[in-house]
Design a protein around this ligand. Structure first.
Ligand code: PMP
Length: 452
């Protein structure tokens, strides 16, 4: 076989692969990066160039690429069982993983239902909530309340409860209609108002929606603390506290989509811990397997579980399935990931790293074209803006974020902005020097992208 280069592999790729979240025509001029291997925070292309994975490969990677401990767990699992149907059959990895997840999450959560990606976990939570009410004789609860700017996946059900126009608008005629409440997004707070005060004030909209719609609502669904895909929009934990209390008062479920923020990303194992609350449905994926294999789970409580538990002929069962439900290899990767959390005091180190991340970029808050620098745990974001005073954004067609991305590639970094929002959400094994490098590259990129 001739030695493969970036060029030769990309040529073959562009003939047969249709890439996600991409206008394929861009690749007439935008280089596709073929990755030969990964090691820690680094990705190496076919020509030997390297890139620091500042976005954890779409927020999934926690402990670096080709992590020796996860590799070993997978090798071991592979020797005995790769996968088995999970209806009527079970296996040790899925039992153990469920025991550990139940132990890690607040007490009311006692059951894990598995799927194989984040979107399908959200679909399960939506269906289970609706179905719970139906099994309880409340067939009128067919609606969901969501926050503006929220993102819960790309399938039709999850687009229905999402609110990112770029992904949603085209498919609107196919989607269920959610009740959308203004987000507590603290980037929009008035000057001098704290995150906490802004989040409290914004809760009035949720309270009103619940007062109006609780009778027809199955659940409220939120991304706790950070609305990632819409541009790392952040809010204060007090909002979650108020939401839990209001959902209880109005008799509506709470779905916490921690697919992006779970597993240490916000400075606690799960984001809801900041508010000391527990959702009725907790959706987890991404970091669950350390970024190795597609796996997701929805945790719920006994009250929900019991409403489905009956004689078969009553047709109250949750007859939802995916072929790869509870895949044994993915469960083994997830357990190796949890082992690392246990052995390495990851959360404490993340707190130090996140303080360093903020230190490294905080001066950008004074940049003439940066609206704000915001942070929650291991996520920092810098929003580029045309005019700080009038808050005039850059039009999306100008693709300023893409300029940052292109600059970063030439400086050994994979920074992939969300529109005009440049952010770092790196693997937890990143060093302080590497954070400093990313901060420098981000600054250069922002300077370049906002020149004209
Ligand atoms: N929910 C949230 C909060 C997410 O960030 C994502 C993925 N970015 C999803 C759901 C969907 O997960 P997946 O891409 O695995 O379908």
């Amino acid at each position: 076989m001739p030695h493969m280069t970036n060029k030769s592999l990309v040529k073959r790729d562009l003939k047969v692969v249709w890439h996600p979240c991409s206008q394929m025509k861009d690749h007439e001029w935008l280089p596709m990066i073929p990755v030969r291997r990964g090691e820690g925070v680094w990705l190496y292309d076919m020509d030997g160039r390297r890139y620091l994975d500042a976005v954890s490969s779409w927020w999934v990677n926690l402990f670096g690429h080709a992590n020796p401990r996860i590799n070993q767990a997978l090798r071991r699992q592979m020797e005995s069982l790769e996968h088995v149907i999970l209806a009527g059959f079970t296996h040790e990895p899925v039992v153990q993983l469920s025991e550990r997840l139940v132990a890690l999450t607040p007490e009311p959560l006692t059951r894990c239902f598995y799927t194989d990606n984040g979107s399908s976990a959200v679909e399960v939570a939506l269906k289970m909530s609706y179905h719970y009410w139906r099994n309880s004789g409340q067939t009128q609860r067919t609606r969901f309340i969501t926050l503006s700017g929220s993102y819960h996946g790309e399938t039709l059900g999850t687009l229905g409860v999402g609110d990112v126009a770029l992904y949603k608008d085209t498919y609107r005629p196919l989607l269920m209609e959610a009740i959308t409440v203004p987000s507590p997004d603290c980037a929009l707070r008035e000057e001098g108002v704290s995150w906490e005060e802004h989040s409290r004030r914004m809760f009035a909209h949720m309270e009103q929606a619940l007062a109006e719609h609780a009778h027809e609502t199955a659940a409220v669904i939120v991304e706790p603390l950070v609305q990632c895909a819409t541009g790392m929009r952040m809010y204060h934990p007090v909002y979650l506290k108020l939401l839990r209390e209001a959902c209880d008062r109005h008799g509506v479920h709470l779905i916490a989509d921690e697919i992006a923020v779970g597993f240490g990303r916000t400075g606690t194992m799960f984001a809801c811990e900041h508010a000391g609350i527990c959702a009725d449905f907790l959706c987890l994926s991404k970091g669950l397997t350390g970024g190795y294999l597609p796996l997701a789970t929805v945790l719920t409580n006994d009250t929900v579980y019991d409403a489905f538990y009956d004689d078969y002929a009553t047709l109250r069962a949750f007859l939802h399935s995916h072929s790869y439900t509870g895949n044994a290899l993915a469960c083994a990767a997830a357990m190796a990931t949890l082992d690392i959390f246990q052995q390495d005091d990851v959360i404490a180190r993340n707190r130090q790293l996140s303080a360093h991340m903020l230190r490294a970029v905080s001066h950008l808050a004074d940049h003439p074209h940066v609206a704000e620098v915001r942070q929650t745990g291991m996520i920092v974001a810098m929003e580029m803006i045309r005019d700080r005073k009038t808050r005039e954004p850059y039009p999306f067609e100008e693709r300023r974020g893409l300029r940052v991305y292109q600059h970063a590639l030439g400086r050994e970094a994979l920074l992939r902005p969300l529109g005009n929002v440049v952010y770092m959400m790196p693997p937890y094994v990143i060093s302080e020097d590497q954070i400093d490098h990313l901060a420098k590259v981000a600054e250069e990129g922002i300077d370049l992208a906002t020149q004209d």
